[in-house]
Ligand binder design. Structure first.
Ligand SMILES: [Zn+2]
Length: 225
């Protein structure tokens, strides 16, 4: 991720950071502040910036395509955002997460979106299965199967036949949130409605489920691809 630096002779000491309407990150700095200090300032703000940019994208998504799949653009995985880098070197047909960066070979730039969807799906399938197995044992409730869907905001469901569906997009959220959705669907094996019995069962496994539920509702715009 990059920013545009505007230096000013009038500024005395403070640095400021903002995101303009186009989604460009702008840092305003005094004339003589060393670049190193400005970079450090930027790094401190990076989580906030990612959040704001994601909100900006979500807003834009209503009318436009959401993602540019550009160099340095952040992509979420388990609640953290990692920048995308296009690299030369040995060809690799897909996306890899290496040392905190999503890497795609320069030659496959046009396939970036498909690569991400494939990677997210594959990673989600493995992790969700593992988490569901763990909680199934705890709850003694076993789904007849686990399906991976592409639901945009519908992250999970449980069929009448006790088959659970989970959206791969959920893999972008923190693990506590993924666990909340999985336990939610597992509880539906026993309790089909959102009755007090359902929430009691939920609470016995995830005491802070209300916070997680709210978090997901408030932050779901972050997990749009
Ligand atoms: Zn439910």
């Amino acid at each position: 991720m990059r920013y545009r630096l505007i230096r000013s002779r009038k500024r005395k000491k403070t640095l400021s950071l903002k995101i303009d309407r186009e989604g460009e990150v702008i840092i305003q700095a005094p004339y003589k502040t060393p670049l190193k200090e400005i970079d450090g300032f930027f790094r401190e703000k990076i989580v906030w910036v990612e959040k704001k940019l994601a909100e900006h994208r979500a807003h834009k998504a209503k009318t436009n395509k959401i993602r540019g799949f550009e160099d340095g653009e952040g992509f979420f995985y388990l609640g953290y955002s990692y920048p995308l880098l296009f690299k030369d070197g040995k060809g690799f047909n897909g996306v890899r997460l290496v040392n905190g960066n999503f890497i795609i070979h320069r030659d496959f730039r046009d396939n970036a979106e498909r690569f991400f969807v494939e990677w997210y799906k594959k990673t989600a399938r493995e992790l969700f299965q593992e988490r569901a197995d763990y909680y199934s044992k705890t709850l003694k409730l076993y789904p007849s199967g686990i399906k991976i869907t592409s639901g945009l905001y519908r992250y999970g469901s449980c069929s009448g036949r006790d088959s659970i569906s989970l959206s791969w997009r959920l893999i972008m959220a923190p693990l506590q949130i993924i666990d909340y959705v999985i336990v939610h669907e597992l509880c539906h094996i026993k309790e089909k409605n959102h009755s007090y019995r359902f929430w009691n069962l939920m609470e016995s496994i995830i005491p802070d489920y209300k916070e997680r539920k709210k978090w997901l509702k408030d932050n779901r715009h972050l997990f749009i691809l």
